[in-house]
Design a protein around this ligand. Structure first.
Ligand code: TRP
Ligand code: SF4
Length: 400
């Protein structure tokens, strides 16, 4: 429903590394030029698991936002904000909790998985059970159509779709709905009304998804409708209820398994990362110290790239001719490991250079970052207000 809008959030885990860049941020940078995008810091989500150590969260929030900006997320294109500064997320979470069956939350795979994985923390809490519903509120409050996430988050988007459907089913009821929808259709003008009704028939009778999409696009382009009529017309296309909340789609981010310094996936918990704001010296040292094929003890021993974590970095950073050079040199002992590593060192340094430069101005003047976030929060609140007005009205909470 409504126009295309992309939304995604990240928990404040502190300084970001190349794994975040290749796995998430590069994609955000691409999306921001294609769609209206909202990106936010999920600080309440961080508290669901770190409620005993809130002091780490604040510094992490600002470090992370600086890293987003360093990576090229551009506040003149995308809206950047902090979840807790838009308290309407909490209001919608509460209101959605009224109608969300407990079993839906207990069945979300991350619930049991994370409790087992983080066994040192007591996660038998109300907040942790509600984690995915809070995420649903994050998404639904902006009527986001696309949510870029990794595979592990797909069940949360599925839950969000079900929550939206149930909400519309319960609260989109209206006496005389069909008559009101037909009245609203007249406001499209007779030519568009006929097309709207034809497309609706094609979807309802033959399940023609294309017809549905065409009708939705037409409604999106048509400005002369009140919100109530819009919700009726969108709802009438699909059935007998107003659509107050929009069902989002997961925009699956290709799993980029950015290898870390030891060949495992790059992750803070494996201590094998290169940070986005790492210095050239530190990048050089870290890569020079990387383990290589264990059978290459001496310079004269031949090696096998398939058994070397450095090779995995060539796969990310090197073109075919560099890869051919490294592979042949390794197998024939024609090059040493430090030589083999040099093109990667150069490539990582070149990749990080513009990021450090962008970060510099924000580190020198933290007020700039605060301003980016204040502006973003303000825009986000405006959008959130619109949705909440409809939600409150639908739930009988708009006393005048
Ligand atoms: N749960 C997400 C993660 O761990 C973070 C998140 C919170 C999020 N709210 C969201 C992602 C809304 C997308 C949309 O990565
Ligand atoms: Fe690894 Fe390169 Fe050394 Fe071969 S030459 S073992 S690929 S670092």
């Amino acid at each position: 429903m409504f126009s295309e809008r992309v939304l995604s959030g990240m928990r404040p885990t502190g300084s970001l590394h190349l794994g975040h860049y290749h796995g998430v941020l590069k994609n955000w940078v691409k999306l921001q030029s294609e769609f209206p995008c909202l990106f936010f810091v999920a600080d309440w989500h961080a508290l669901t698991t770190h409620y005993e150590t809130p002091e780490v969260i604040e510094q992490n929030v600002w470090d992370m936002v600086v890293d987003w900006l360093a990576a090229g997320v551009d506040p003149s294109q995308a809206t950047l904000f902090i979840q807790s500064r838009v308290p309407e997320h909490a209001e919608l979470h509460l209101l959605l909790s009224m109608s969300t069956p407990l079993g839906w939350l207990e069945r979300v795979p991350t619930y049991k998985d994370q409790q087992e994985k983080l066994a040192d923390k007591d996660l038998a809490t109300y907040g942790f059970l509600g984690y995915p519903l809070l995420q649903s509120a994050d998404i639904l409050i902006y009527r986001a159509s696309q949510v870029p996430v990794g595979e592990d988050q797909v069940p949360h988007i599925e839950l969000t779709r079900e929550v939206a459907r149930r909400f519309n089913h319960i609260y989109g009821r209206e006496t005389g709905f069909e008559e009101k929808a037909l009245e609203a259709a007249k406001k499209l003008g007779s030519k568009r009304m006929k097309l709207y009704l034809d497309l609706r028939d094609r979807f309802q009778e033959q399940g023609d998804e294309q017809a549905l999409e065409q009708a939705q696009a037409m409604l999106n382009d048509w400005q002369g409708l009140s919100l109530g009529d819009r919700e009726r017309l969108f709802g009438y296309l699909e059935g007998g209820r107003k659509l107050i909340l929009a069902e989002p789609k997961a925009l699956l981010t290709e799993a980029s398994r950015m290898p870390g310094l030891d060949g495992q996936k790059m992750s803070k918990s494996y201590n094998n990362t290169i940070a986005l704001r790492e210095t050239d010296e530190s990048v050089t040292t870290k890569i020079r110290r990387m383990p290589t094929d264990p059978s290459r003890v001496r310079r004269t021993d031949v090696g096998d790239p398939a058994r070397c974590p450095v090779w995995q970095l060539h796969e990310v950073y090197s073109n075919d001719s560099v890869k051919d050079w490294a592979s042949a040199g390794c197998k024939s002992a024609g090059i040493g490991c430090l030589e083999c590593k040099q093109p990667i060192i150069d490539a990582v340094i070149a990749e990080l250079k513009p990021m450090r430069e962008r970060a510099q101005q924000y580190l020198e003047d933290p007020a700039l970052v605060r301003n980016v976030i204040s502006d973003g929060c303000e825009k986000a609140r405006e959008l959130a207000h619109e949705t909440m007005r409809d939600v409150r009205e639908a739930m009988g909470l708009s006393y005048t």
